[in-house]
Design a protein around this ligand. Structure first.
Ligand code: B1M
Length: 209
């Protein structure tokens, strides 16, 4: 029986965890290419990101879809490893030093995972040097910095400078409620994303070869 990849896309978009896992398992059992199965879920997250940006859905729906994708990818992972499919890009994300807000940062990480990136999440209250260390150590293509407090925004400048010094080729993007594109430009970041959906578009644009 042919795999129902359209149903898998719909299940992830609807945030149906059980269906996402089951349809992924069914697709693999039907002999579907693991990369195409991943593509079906990524397509769902692209749609979710667009709907979030357009104000049609909100954070809870985005989180629910991301969790459904996680359920599908947990089933898919062994097949991807066996097929030698490796993520094209590695991203490091974290909330800057002094800042404990992590919901937006987690969304960005989930959306980047949904876009097929390998994501290294450093958590919250991350010193500049730790971003630099992780970017260099993991050979990251992009680093995402989050800040929710005006008082922790200066930590973004320090992190951009530290990453630039340690790995000059790595892109650095920022986001979080008090940040702006102007602030990103001032501190020498490569870009600013107002939300997690836009962070996917921005990363893809910056990393396009
Ligand atoms: Co705090 N807090 N908080 N807080 N908190 C805010 C941010 C605040 C605006 C509330 C207010 O006063 N109206 C205010 C900041 C004022 C300012 O500086 N401008 C504030 C304050 C003052 C504080 C404390 C100082 C309070 C105190 O203790 N006196 C304290 C600081 C602690 C610290 O960090 N050191 C504090 C603590 C906390 C909690 C721990 C209780 C909790 C955080 C829990 C957690 O994250 N696990 C908390 C919360 C929940 C909030 C609010 C209510 C909600 C934040 C949130 O999660 N939003 C917030 C008020 C608000 O925003 N309405 C507030 C949902 C989330 C999805 O949105 O994180 O903005 P957000 O992410 C968005 C975008 O910003 C963007 O994408 C997401 C959407 O897709 N984005 C990125 C975020 N990071 C990105 C990175 C990117 C790209 C996009 O690229 C890398």
């Amino acid at each position: 029986m042919p795999a129902d990849l359209a149903a898998l896309t719909a299940a992830v978009e609807a945030g149906d965890r059980a269906a996402a896992a089951e349809l992924t398992r069914g697709a693999l059992e039907a002999g579907e290419d693991p990369e195409r199965v991943l593509g079906a879920m990524t397509a769902a997250m692209d749609a979710v990101g667009r709907r979030f940006q357009d104000g049609e859905i909100f954070v809870p729906e985005m989180l629910i879809s991301a969790r459904a994708m996680k359920a599908g990818t947990a089933v898919l992972e062994p097949a991807l490893v066996a097929a030698g499919v490796v993520p094209e890009f590695t991203a490091v994300v974290g909330t800057v030093e002094g800042d404990l807000h992590d919901i937006g940062k987690n969304l960005v990480g989930m959306m980047w995972r949904g876009a097929g990136f390998e994501v290294v999440d450093l958590g919250v209250n991350v010193p500049a040097a730790r971003f630099a260390e992780a970017a260099a150590g993991r050979g990251a293509h992009i680093v995402g910095l989050s800040a929710l407090l005006t008082t922790t925004m200066p930590g973004m400048r320090a992190a951009v400078e530290a990453v630039r010094a340690a790995s000059p080729g790595t892109r650095v993007v920022i986001g979080g409620a008090p940040t702006t594109p102007e602030f990103a430009a001032q501190i020498g970041a490569d870009g600013h994303a107002p939300d997690a959906g836009a962070a996917v578009d921005l990363a893809r644009r910056l990393l396009a070869r």
